[in-house]
Each structure stands twice: as structure tokens, then as C-alpha cells.
Design a binder for this molecule. Structure first.
Ligand SMILES: [Zn+2]
Length: 450
């Protein structure tokens, strides 16, 4: 007899009375190790470099981006000692020339990278978290004045350091990569440099969580406070190879099920599973108006990449000279940050990275049968190549007008026939480990589709 275990989760209360929250105790333990005090001390250290402008000194031992990136490298290298040779840390460097835009002198650009290698060298899956180390004031070319960049994006960098500290001590099947980009404010230069390297070298990046400003809770102008929501921005229609895929996206109505959106959905479900009284808010666009982010060069290179950002932004404390005007303090200073809120946002990152890196790889050859008129839905798939601790698969289902998965069916088989019409729902398949860690969800293709 076919056995199905049905788990309901995150369904509006009006529909169902209960939801099952299955937490992996290891991940709960990681999150409990995120400390507001250590995040705070990292922010103060980052601010102490005066400016971290991309064109500031790379040779001064105390002031400028060079001293800052050496400090980040030192932190990563220290944590690597916990990892028994599984973790490496280095700076990806390149001297860039004036570009007639936001670089007006030869500049030593450097991304600080930590890689916590997976336990199986054959398994090339990479799960990335990033932030940007560089900072700025009102004039984007001003590399002299103090640019504390406490929240933008000291928060992203402090989050990376805290994640490195916690995750370096554990072994995962998948590889975790932590990146402190430079050159973000000068035109996403560091992320372009790494995205190009990743594409040329065939890195198998399955997720990039780019954190840019995750430690402020108060809006400027409207004075709204929000300490319980984190935004995740993701593209709908894929930028990469849209021409090639537009026909099937349109035919199957998959404009809301691209890789970046599936990643955003996964972040929402996983983040809310582990962080109490917290909501991950999916924003259905790649980024905010008038602003860019380091996930975008990865999106454009075809990798699933999203931006994680605080719900509320405060323009008095972004890209501002430090000054007082009419009693208002401007500047990106630590005193305007909320470290308890910040801690939750770091927790979301750790939950997602650990859940992905512990999970089996994604199921392969996921297909939906569409060659017959029937009120059943039949899905088939093949087991993933890398499947340490795999226990089975979740078949995810939701109404076409609902943004998150509503039902999941567990099976150990490679085929499922459900008494729900394929016309009325979206489906996807995840592989799941015996401690409940799910792979990213794979949207089925129709038979014979490549
Ligand atoms: Zn930023």
C-alpha cells in the first residue's frame, strides 16, 4: 500500500487549525549561538577603520579598506582553525583602472572570501552568503571623510563573521561560501568580479543570500518601527536566458517559480521555522528603486541570488556625511542600529545556509505528466547524485494564486499520483534528509522538455 504522510505548514489559520514545526536541533543550536554583543563589537571594529571607501588606503595598517579587509581575513582565518582543514580564507584581488564613472584612480579591489568545504569533494554544491565591506558618505567619490557604514553594510559583514564563527565548527555535505565584497558603492565592482570568476570556473552556486543593511528598524520621515520582518527581494522572470525560456514559462504560468523566487520561498519557510515571532516578507522584485545590490551580477550570470534587507530603511543614516542639521543627526552610525533585530536576521541566514548544506542535493529529472486529460497529477523524478542521509522526498503543492507552499506530501518513492488536478496547482519536489533538511524545490518540467 502506498503510504503518504501529509504535513501542513504555514497555512493561514482560517484554513487549518494547526501546523507542524519540525526543527533540526543542530540548527536550533547554531542559531542560539548568534550573539547581539558580538555583532555589536564587530560593527564597532568595522567603524573604527574610519572609512572603508573602495578607493581609500589599502596599505595603512589602521585606516581604510585595506586594514578592514585584513581584519575580516584574520577573523575568517582564525575560525578556519576550528575546521580541521575544511575551511580556507583568502582575498580575491584585482587592480582596476579608472572607469570614467565611480573609479577615478587605479584601485586595488579585494573581496574577502571564506570557503567551508563540504565533506564530499565530488559534491560541488555551494551555498553563499554575502555583504559588502565598502562604505561611503554623501559624495560617492569622497574617500577621505569618515564613512562609518555601520549598517550599510557593516551589518552584512558582521553577519558573515558571526556565521563563520558558528558554522566553521561543523561538517556539512555541501560547501558554504562567505563573501565580503568590495566596490559595491562604486558600481557592484567586487560582485561583478566574483560572479565572472564563478561563471568562468563553473562554480555550482545554488543559492546566494546577499545581506545589505539588516540592522535598522526605523524609517526616516514616517517613523515606522519594524522589528519582526525581514525583506527578501527576488526576481520573477529570469534575467538570464529569458529568451530561451520565455515560451515554457508563459505556457506553464511559471513567472512566479523561477530559481530566485524558489530560493526566496525557501528562505521564508526555513527562516520562519527557526526564528520565533518573525516573518520573512517576499518582495516580488529584484531590488529597490534607485538602488542596486551585489546579488544582481550573480542573477545576471544565471545563479539563484536574492537580497535580504531590513523591512524599514532610514535615509538619514545611509550614504550621508556625519553631521547635525536642525537637531537631526545624519550618518550611518552604530547608535541607530537594533542589535536584537539584527541578530534575528543573521539567524535567518544561518538557518538557511545550514539547512541547505545539510540537505541532500536536489532531485533530478523532475517531470509532470501532461499527456492525458485526467484529474490526477502524476510527478516523477530521479534520486539526486549526492544524497547523504536522504530519507525521501517532499512533493510541494500550492494554489496558483498563493505565494507559498500549502501542502507537502512525503514519499520514499520516485513517483507520485495525487488526486488533485495539475491544472489548478503548482508543484515542486524536494529531497529531504533524516534530520528534516530539505533541498531547494525543483519545479517539474513537462516530459521531453530540456
Ligand atoms: Zn549597501
Amino acid at each position: 500500500m502506498k503510504k503518504l504522510i501529509l504535513t501542513l505548514f504555514f497555512i493561514p489559520a482560517a484554513w487549518h487549525a494547526q501546523q507542524t514545526v519540525n526543527q533540526d536541533t543542530e540548527i536550533v543550536n547554531y542559531i542560539s549561538q548568534v550573539h547581539a554583543d558580538s555583532l555589536k563589537s564587530h560593527i564597532h571594529k568595522l567603524v573604527s577603520f574610519g572609512t572603508r571607501h573602495t578607493m581609500s588606503s589599502t596599505t595603512d595598517p589602521e585606516r581604510g579598506i585595506g586594514a578592514a579587509r585584513n581584519w575580516v581575513l584574520k577573523k575568517f582565518s582564525d575560525y578556519a582553525k576550528n575546521a580541521n582543514g575544511r575551511m580556507e580564507a583568502f582575498i580575491q584581488k584585482h587592480v582596476i583602472q579608472p572607469d570614467g564613472k565611480r573609479i577615478d584612480r587605479p584601485t586595488d579591489l579585494g573581496n574577502v572570501i571564506a570557503i567551508i568545504h563540504g565533506t564530499n569533494a565530488q559534491d560541488k554544491r555551494m551555498f553563499m552568503m554575502s555583504g559588502h565591506l565598502d562604505s561611503r558618505v554623501s559624495n560617492v567619490m569622497n574617500f577621505n571623510d569618515n564613512a562609518p557604514g555601520a549598517n550599510d553594510d557593516g551589518s552584512g559583514i558582521a553577519g558573515l563573521i558571526e556565521s563563520a564563527r558558528i558554522l566553521s565548527r561543523s561538517k556539512f555535505p555541501g560547501t558554504i561560501v562567505l563573501v565580503a565584497f568590495s566596490g559595491e558603492e562604486q558600481g557592484l565592482l567586487g560582485s561583478k568580479m566574483l560572479a565572472e570568476k564563478a561563471k568562468n570556473e563553473g562554480w555550482q552556486i545554488e543559492a546566494l543570500l546577499n545581506n545589505d543593511m539588516i540592522g535598522n528598524h526605523l524609517t526616516s520621515e514616517t517613523n515606522l518601527t519594524n522589528t519582526h520582518q525581514l525583506r527578501v527581494f527576488s526576481e520573477g522572470l529570469p534575467y538570464y536566458q529569458l529568451d530561451k525560456n520565455a515560451r515554457s514559462i508563459r505556457a506553464m504560468g511559471l513567472e512566479n517559480d523561477g530559481d530566485a523566487r524558489q530560493l526566496a520561498r525557501y528562505i521564508k519557510e526555513t527562516g520562519e521555522r527557526y526564528i520565533d515571532n518573525f516573518q520573512v516578507k517576499m518582495i516580488y522584485r529584484n531590488d529597490r528603486f534607485l538602488r542596486g545590490g551585489d546579488h544582481t551580477p550573480f542573477v545576471e550570470a544565471g545563479f539563484p541570488a536574492v537580497r535580504l534587507t531590513e523591512f524599514n530603511e532610514n535615509y538619514d543614516h545611509q550614504h550621508q556625511d556625519i553631521r547635525k542639521e536642525k537637531g537631526v543627526q545624519y550618518g550611518d552610525l552604530p547608535e541607530f542600529m537594533d542589535f536584537e533585530y539584527f541578530k534575528k536576521n543573521v539567524g535567518v541566514n544561518i538557518a538557511v545556509l545550514a539547512n541547505l548544506a545539510k540537505a541532500p542535493a536536489k532531485p533530478e529529472e523532475v517531470r509532470i505528466e501532461v499527456d492525458q486529460l485526467t484529474n490526477f497529477t502524476t510527478l516523477t523524478w530521479e534520486k539526486p547524485k549526492f544524497r547523504e542521509n536522504i530519507t525521501g522526498y517532499y512533493v510541494l503543492m500550492r494554489d496558483t494564486d498563493v505565494s507559498t507552499w500549502q501542502k507537502k506530501f512525503f514519499t520514499t518513492k520516485n513517483r507520485i499520483k495525487l488526486p488533485y488536478s495539475k491544472d489548478n496547482y503548482f508543484f515542486a519536489i524536494q529531497a529531504v534528509s533524516n534530520s528534516g533538511n530539505e533541498s531547494l524545490a525543483v519545479t517539474p518540467k513537462v516530459k521531453n522538455e530540456k
